[in-house]
Design a protein around this ligand. Structure first.
Ligand code: PEP
Ligand code: MG
Length: 564
């Protein structure tokens, strides 16, 4: 880096690299104030009509440029801006003395409330109306429209944080990387970024001070954002990006250690669309399908038929392969209004995961029924697991209910230290365990995974977390039960080796990480993986563990190369 280049640091997601100009995600507009018009009703009506028409034209143009499903969504939004009833309401409010901005805001809000009260499909359109209303008001005020910017060039998106819906809809041909000032490595923004292979650095302090158009290099491997890099630095980054793309094209095979020990490499998915790209990257199945991501916007529980359709698509895509589906996991940053709508002061410690499902047992039963039906109609190997299980009793409850409803293989996620410590008592009562290292780290280190301020504690290399993983690994091997890892820790190549050394029998990760993890596993034998695990366990901190294992791995690979 040149002397003049400054760098921001945060937590990198994956190992990608990107270079380009930044664009900031505009903050939502404040509600227009309700002050009397200074230009008179006729002029306000002309302003409002002009802004509505211009917004409709702008949205339609974006739709044409985006094509596909996005075009249909955007065309529908353009129609909202042109809706004659809404326009009449805006004019009526202007006739009552409102400004165009205020009249638009109020008319759209009234229509939105009406749609919300209708629920179902119409209710889901309410959010779209908000977006259109904000765009019209932005046009009237001559400021940037809210939401993800949509320029005609590629850019690096800088935001405080993104809603899962924003992340899910990012146009990946244009968004080269994502930099957020908030959010930890396991926030769902980070998870979706990883799933979509978006280069990202989250929790980067100072990111919001960057200016639109400033060129940066985002390096997820080091968690840095270099600001205004020199031309040489930009050229070097571009070269590295091209070289890595070439490596990613190397053919893929099943995951295994150097001595041939099989370590199936599975994909973490949150949508059926992710199946194709995951298989292309060599996923041997799915190790975690986050069903809650399918229903984040729903204001009522999905029906058995609605769910069955999605699960059937998923299982069909992985025909003949293992697919581990997780029951709905309503959590702190994944609110599912139909499961837990009560505000909680500490949502991560509240009624989430299996706890929320249990208090809404009909919803859990519907989901398990839909899964069993989809399983019967397809030939993937379906496993189903419960999120955030803390006790033996919960393990028995879920496993019994799942089996009763036709699930052949039922298991539990180990995300709470209590469950890890008692893995030898939980596992006899269920078919498998899958360790969610994101939550396990959050609960072990008492560090909210959504808070940028404590992101440094959210490190699964911490020996306390690894010791807990080891407990589950030991119980699994004694009892002959599979122990998967489905938290983001499995996506860190060297840590993946340590996790296998601790007893993990499969690893599940964002498909983007598969190639790197596969390559790293192939370098070491099971004996060496176990040695690395011992080294990590005897460290005093996450940093020490990482450094010590890296040193051991480097000396091993150097020795091997020398003796060749
Ligand atoms: C985890 O906690 O590690 C996990 C896989 O579940 P989620 O990230 O969805 O909470
Ligand atoms: Mg979890």
């Amino acid at each position: 880096m040149s002397d003049t280049t400054t760098a921001l640091s945060g937590v990198g997601i994956g190992r990608g690299l990107a270079v380009g100009p930044i664009l900031r995600m505009p903050d939502p507009l404040p509600d227009p104030t309700d002050e009397p018009s200074s230009v008179g009703a006729d002029a306000e009506k002309v302003r409002a009509a002009g802004a509505l028409a211009a917004t409709a034209a702008d949205i339609r143009l974006r739709g044409e440029r985006a094509g596909g499903a996005a075009k249909d969504v955007l065309d529908a939004q353009a129609l909202m801006a042109e809706d004659p009833t809404l326009k009449d309401d805006v004019h009526a409010r202007i006739a009552d003395g409102k400004t165009a901005e205020r009249a638009v805001h109020e008319a759209f809000a009234a229509f939105r409330d009406l749609l919300t009260s209708m629920g179902g499909y119409m209710g889901e359109r309410a959010t779209d109306l908000n977006d259109v209303s904000q765009r019209v008001v932005a046009h009237l005020q001559g400021v940037a429209a809210p939401g993800v910017p949509d320029p005609d060039h590629a850019f690096i998106l800088v935001a405080r944080d993104l809603a899962p819906a924003d992340t899910a809809l990012l146009d990946l041909d244009k968004v080269l990387a994502l930099v957020t000032s908030d959010g930890g490595p396991t926030s769902h923004t980070a998870i979706l970024a990883r799933e979509k292979s978006i280069v990202a650095v989250v929790g980067a302090n100072g990111a919001l001070e960057l200016e639109d158009g400033q060129v940066v290099i985002v390096d997820a491997a080091t968690g840095t954002v270099s600001v205004s890099p020199s031309v040489d630095e930009q050229a070097a980054a571009t070269e590295t990006i091209a070289a890595r793309a070439a490596v990613a094209d190397v053919p893929v095979g099943p995951g295994a250690l150097a001595d041939g020990t099989a370590v199936p490499l599975l994909a973490n998915l949150g949508s059926v669309d992710g199946a194709g790209p995951a298989i292309e990257k060599g996923a041997e199945g799915v190790g975690l399908f986050r069903t809650e991501f399918l229903f984040l916007d729903a204001d009522r529980a999905p029906t058995v038929a609605e769910q069955q359709e999605k699960y059937t698509q998923l299982l069909t895509a992985f025909s003949g392969k293992k697919v581990v589906v997780r029951a709905l996991d309503a959590g702190a940053d994944k609110p599912l209004s139909f499961l837990n709508d009560e505000p909680e002061e500490n949502p991560a410690l509240g009624l989430r995961g299996l706890r929320a499902l249990r208090t809404n047992e009909p919803i859990l039963r519907d989901q398990l029924t839909a899964l069993a039906n989809a399983d019967a109609a397809t030939d993937a190997e379906l496993w189903v697991m419960a999120p955030m299980v803390s006790t033996v009793e919960e393990t028995r409850y879920f496993t019994k209910l799942a089996r009763e409803l036709g699930i052949k293989t039922a298991g539990v996620m180990i995300e709470v230290p209590a469950a890890a410590l008692l893995a030898d008592r939980l596992l006899p009562d269920t078919d498998f365990a899958s360790i969610g290292t994101n939550d396990l780290t959050q609960y072990t280190l008492a560090a909210d995974r959504l808070l940028g301020s404590v992101a440094s504690f959210q490190d699964p290399w911490h020996p306390a977390v690894l010791r807990l993983v080891g407990e589950v690994g030991k119980a699994g091997s004694t009892l002959g039960k599979p122990v998967g890892i489905c938290g983001e820790a499995a996506a860190d190549p060297l840590l993946a080796v340590v996790l296998v050394g601790l007893g993990a029998t499969s690893l599940s990760m964002s498909p983007a990480a598969l190639a790197d993890v596969r390559a790293e596993l192939a370098k070491y034998t099971l004996v060496e993986a176990r040695e690395f695990a011992d080294i990590a366990l005897s460290a005093n901190s996450a940093v020490e563990a990482r450094v010590a294992v890296l040193a051991a791995a480097t000396s091993l690979t150097t020795t091997t190369t020398e003796s060749e």
